[in-house]
Each structure stands twice: as C-alpha cells, then as structure tokens.
Design a binder for this molecule. Structure first.
Ligand code: ATP
Length: 317
C-alpha cells in the first residue's frame, strides 16, 4: 500500500510538486497521468527514497520515507524512465548483479532469477548482451530487475516509452499480471496507457492533482459539460434561440449561427442530470421545428485531459 499526504517538492524557486495526497491499495494499478513537467518523476523519486520531499510525508508498505528509507527501498521495485541497464552485461549477468545488489543469496537468488526470467519472458535472450537487445527486451530486463526481490510495490516511470505497438501490448500485459498481486503506480503521458492498464488514474498538472478516479468516474464528473450540436429547420428561428435559452435543461447557448434561410445551428451546454436531449427533441416537435442534426459531444479521456491540463479547471487536492 502507498499512502501519500501533502507531498511537496521545491527545486530552488520552482515548486514542482504542490501538496499532493493519494492512497493506492494492494492489487491496484494506478496511473499518474500528466503532461511533461507535471511532476510525475519527482513524485516517483520521492516514493523510492531517491530524494526527500520539501514537505509532506509518505508511507509505503507501512514504512515511512523519513524513518525507514531502507525498508521502503526493500519494499519497492523501481523502473526509472531510463532503465538502469549495463549494455556490456548479458541478461543473466545483469540479473545476477541486481540480485546481489538486493542481497539475494544461494538458492533463493537462483530461484528468483529463474522466476523473473520466466515472468518477463526473457528465456530467449538470457545469454545476449543487453546492448544488443531490442528496446522491448531491454524494457523487460528493466522490469525483471525491478521485481527481482519480489517487492510489494512497483513504481514504473513511463514504462512503455519508445516501444513499438506490439511491445507496448506485451509490456502492458506483463504490468497487469504483476499488478494482480502488487501495488503498482506508473507514470505516463499516454492516455491509452491509462485506459489499457490502470484501474484508477490521478491526473497531475503543474504539480497538483487536478482529477482522480476511474476513467468512468472522471468522465461522469466532467459531465457537467455535456454539449449538444443542434441544427434546426423552420420559420422564426430567431425566436427558437430565445425559447431554447429559457428551457430548463439548457444551461447556456455557447454559439448560434444561421446556416441559410430557415436553417440554424446551435451549440448548447446542457444539464447533465436531466434527460436534456429528450426534452429538446420534444420541444422542437411541439414548436414544429425539424431537427436536421442533434449530435451530443461526449467527453473522452483525451478531452478531459486536455481540459484539465490546459485550463486547470479545478484542484481536487
Ligand atoms: P516528464 O514527463 O517530462 O518526465 P514529469 O511530469 O516527470 O515530466 P518532473 O521530471 O517531475 O516532471 O519535473 C517537474 C518540474 O521540475 C519540471 O519543470 C522540471 O524541469 C523540474 N525539475 C525536475 N528535476 C529537477 C531538478 N533536479 N532541478 C531543478 N528542476 C527540476
């Protein structure tokens, strides 16, 4: 389990992380999603005890980052953005080296190495130099070193960056498999990564969490912004604008334009809590307007991400 409370980091005058709090349970894969510079890597470096925060606190697997940094490090497997690989070593030599560094010995060391080779599907390349491996295999070797000591928690910084589509699918599957038993936090700026791999997402922007929840939950929250593109045909359309504005389900007419004589397009913001589209349909029929187009604009995670990170709508910390 990961518990983070009010975490902040200043680099000189730059406050890269600003009072971030979250919890992640065992068996969860949580995505830390944010644009470049949002503070993802900084948070991960703090959670791995690579550096201390300027303020705030965190516990991993029950160990405090200030009081028990060694126990935190033992509990955590870390795959940094650039995996710490030694190109001249073979995969086998590398995993032996990392197992030694993690204090594994004897039979348990050999067993763990064999297990991670199997879990990360490295059998075909164990005697090859890391420098000669494809990026996908190198990433697998990076993941193998991260789990060599069977940590409770996995911290993965942009684990699929630079991989081709097939390699991405393979690594995501591997992360999902590992996530069944471990607590996983992964950072990414790729939205599909979150949708494909993570049960939950924390959207980070300029050092703050601006949204959190499952992708569906965040989508629902954003439903405060349901939009409708409506094109009507009929007489007296200038009156239609006034009437639409007075309908209970219409929050605002964002835009309206006359397309041609007797045809008009409206861009409406609707009340998400009501059957707004139905109410508009009934109103148009009652008034004798023909509906030429009625296109709801649903928010995808991509829209939400752009909205939250460009406009910084709210801070839910
Ligand atoms: P990316 O996706 O580009 O890796 P990120 O979300 O991981 O971005 P961080 O690497 O945590 O973001 O950086 C957050 C901010 O802190 C950035 O503005 C970055 O330039 C700055 N920063 C990071 N490390 C340092 C450092 N050691 N010294 C000074 N500023 C830093």
């Amino acid at each position: 389990m990961i518990e983070v409370s009010g975490l902040g980091k200043r680099y000189g005058s730059l406050e890269a992380v600003k009072g971030v709090s979250f919890e992640i349970d065992k068996g969860e894969i949580v995505g830390l999603l944010g644009p470049n510079g949002a503070g993802k890597t900084t948070i991960m470096k703090i959670l791995t005890c690579y550096m201390f925060p300027t303020y705030g606190d965190a516990n991993l697997n029950g160990y405090n980052i200030f009081d028990n940094p060694l126990d935190v490090k033992k509990s955590v497997g870390y795959l940094p953005e650039n995996a710490p690989l030694y190109p001249d070593l073979t995969v086998d030599e590398y995993l032996n080296f990392m197992a030694d560094a993690r204090g594994l010995k004897g039979n348990s060391k050999r067993e763990r190495i064999e297990l991670v080779i199997d879990e990360c599907s490295l059998e075909d390349v164990i005697y090859r130099s890391i420098g000669n491996l494809s990026k996908g295999y190198r990433q697998r070797a990076g993941l193998a070193q991260a789990i060599i000591h069977n940590p409770e928690i996995l911290i993965l910084d942009e684990p699929t960056t630079g991989l081709d589509p097939n390699q991405i699918i393979e690594i995501r599957e591997l992360i999902k498999k590992l996530g069944e038993e471990k607590t996983v936090i992964l950072s990414t700026h790729i939205l599909q990564e979150v949708e494909a791999t993570c049960g939950r997402v924390l959207i980070l922007n300029e050092g703050k969490i601006v949204a959190r929840g499952t992708t569906e939950e965040i989508g629902r929250e954003m439903k405060g912004e349901v939009m409708l593109d409506l094109t009507l045909k009929g007489k007296n359309l200038s009156e239609a604008r006034v009437e639409l504005e007075s309908l209970e389900v219409v929050r605002k007419i964002m835009n309206s334009k006359k397309l041609e004589e007797e045809k008009m397009n409206f861009h409406l913001s609707l009340d998400p809590e009501k059957e707004s589209e139905e109410a508009i349909f009934d109103w148009a029929v009652k008034k004798g307007y023909k509906i030429l187009a009625m296109i709801p604009e649903r928010f995808s995670l991509e829209d939400i991400f752009i909205k939250l990170t460009r406009e910084g709508v709210k801070n839910v910390n």
